[in-house]
Write a protein that binds this ligand. Structure first.
Ligand code: SAM
Ligand code: SF4
Length: 483
């Protein structure tokens, strides 16, 4: 108990200089109360137009979209999200894989298989040689971007996280390499963020889980580290103050009213934009999945239709952000959601500790995982599906490697940026996959897509440059070419 007290004091002394609880539950609920405007198609259309002109929506705008009831207006929102997504991100979908490093945890989150009171969980922290093996296997599949996931535990210090990141970057197998390592771990203090930043991390993600105070209290016991709402809400402000300008926010969908949590996410994005001039690089919206020993009773189940609306509204509200959809979702929902705003997905994921080398394709070992996955397709199968839908699978890491993070990543909303940089880079990384890792069937369909997309590049000089580089990848061992 005494230790807990000391920990809390240390934490409060390490809040950001601007730490404040900017979530006003009463205000957010009042914005969700119907006032008739939500049935007014002109008002809804005005908000949609604002978003399509690449202006971040405020809370009132977002709440109006959340209140819409008329099916034809809801349809308009979905169409607009699709249009905005194509305008900003083109038809690329960025692919990554999660790598779970350790499931020891001092917290007791009511929804998570890693919670400390789950005595059945098999606790494990990967050793350096096991990490190496997992990364080699991921590289053998064609992955270039990973997110490392950790429980919260005294063993998982910033130094431990930083060493793991360095180790992952150092693993090279065949033509493989990991070019971007993102992190999903407990909130750190300023010094901790500086330590992980030096190791060359990409995005640092901390999900608030729910912005609704009462629900937060119910699912995160107060005597645990995660029970401190403000410390968590302030996590990414500390990251910015420590030089990490590439951060990801998220909510666990199904804990509280999803509309409330959309407003929470938008409030958080606006807060970061206002304070640091940069909004979140990504937004995640994991939907609650069954986990070991957890009943779903206390949670608010969110239907597929509402989930799709949620994604579409977030797309419109925070036009510049990357939207991450994970393999928690089943294939049918995933494939539908590509149209409404998702820009990044994981594929071929295994979330059991050591799962990439130790678990057979179809099995899952529930005692070793945080929750059950919904999409067990291989990376190659998911890629084939993307190609079928006319989407370019991308492993691009160019912006981060060229320092286009922080305020510069917002440049991607600038007209022409996608055509000059993003689409060519997506094609080059996809060509690497096709040449080095794809199944014969995926290669045939993929090459057709590459040729179709190449023809779409309107600038003749650029098109010729991309064509030459694609050929260079097909015929030589030159890799990692980007604009
Ligand atoms: N331990 C760190 C933390 O809590 O911030 C790292 C993240 S945790 C391993 C990754 C995320 O998984 C959590 O932030 C939560 O949103 C999500 N998660 C936990 N339990 C889940 C469940 N049953 N279904 C779906 N997602 C879950
Ligand atoms: Fe631990 Fe994170 Fe799971 Fe909570 S969500 S029990 S902090 S791993």
């Amino acid at each position: 108990m005494k230790d807990q007290g000391i920990k809390r004091i240390r934490k409060f002394s390490s809040l950001s200089s601007t730490a404040k609880d900017f979530i006003d539950d009463g205000l957010l609920f009042s914005l969700l109360t119907p006032d008739g405007k939500e049935d007014d198609s002109a008002a809804v259309e005005a908000v949609i137009q604002k978003s399509l002109s690449k202006t971040a929506l405020n809370l009132e705008d977002t709440a109006l979209l959340l209140r819409v009831r008329k099916p034809e207006l809801q349809e308009k929102i979905l169409e607009a999200a699709n249009r905005l997504k194509r305008n900003i991100y083109g038809n690329r979908i960025v692919l990554f894989a999660p790598l779970y490093l350790g499931n020891r945890c001092i917290n007791d989150c009511a929804y998570c298989g890693f919670r400390k009171s789950n005595r059945e969980a098999i606790r494990r922290t990967l050793t350096p040689s096991l990490i190496r093996k997992q990364v080699e296997t991921l590289e053998d599949h064609g992955h270039k971007r990973l997110i490392l996931v950790f429980g919260e535990h005294p063993r998982y210090t910033p130094e431990f996280i930083a060493d793991t990141v360095r180790l992952v970057y150092s693993v090279k197998k065949g033509m493989g390499s990991i070019r971007r390592v993102n992190i999903n771990a407990a909130p750190l203090d300023h010094e901790g963020y500086r330590t992980v930043k030096q190791a060359g991390i990409g995005t640092y993600q901390v999900f608030q889980e729910t912005y609704h105070h009462d629900t937060y209290r119910k699912v995160h016991p107060e005597n645990t580290a995660k029970g401190d709402y403000l410390y968590r809400l302030d996590a990414l402000s500390r990251a910015f103050e420590s030089g990490c300008d590439d951060v990801g926010i998220g909510v666990l969908v199904g804990l509280a009213d999803w509309r409330f949590d959309v407003l929470g996410l938008v409030a958080h994005a606006l807060f970061l934009q206002d304070r640091y001039g940069v909004g979140p690089h990504t937004i995640s919206f994991p939907r609650l999945r069954p986990a070991q020993g957890i009943t779903m009773d206390p949670f608010r189940k969110v239907s597929d239709e509402d989930f799709i609306r949620m994604v579409a509204i977030l797309r419109l509200s925070v036009y510049y952000t990357g939207m991450i959809l994970t393999a928690r979702e089943e294939p049918g929902v995933r494939d539908r959601l590509f149209d409404f705003g998702v820009s990044q997905i994981d594929a071929g994921s295994r979330i059991e500790l050591g799962g990439y080398t130790e678990i057979g394709d179809a099995q899952q070992v529930i005692q070793r995982e945080q929750f059950q996955l919904g999409d067990m397709r291989s990376l190659d199968e998911v890629i084939r599906q993307l190609v079928k839908q006319g989407l370019i699978p991308s492993f691009c890491t160019a912006c981060y490697r060229l320092g286009r993070t922080g305020e510069h990543f917002m440049e991607l909303a600038i007209p022409g940026f996608i055509e000059r940089f993003c689409s060519p880079n997506a094609l080059l990384t996809f060509q690497e996959y096709l040449t080095d890792y794809a199944s014969p069937e995926t290669r045939v369909e993929g090459e057709k897509l590459v040729n179709r997309e190449l023809a779409k590049i309107s600038d003749e000089k650029r098109r010729e440059l991309v064509r030459k580089r694609l050929e260079q990848i097909r015929t030589t061992e030159d890799r990692d070419l980007y604009f």
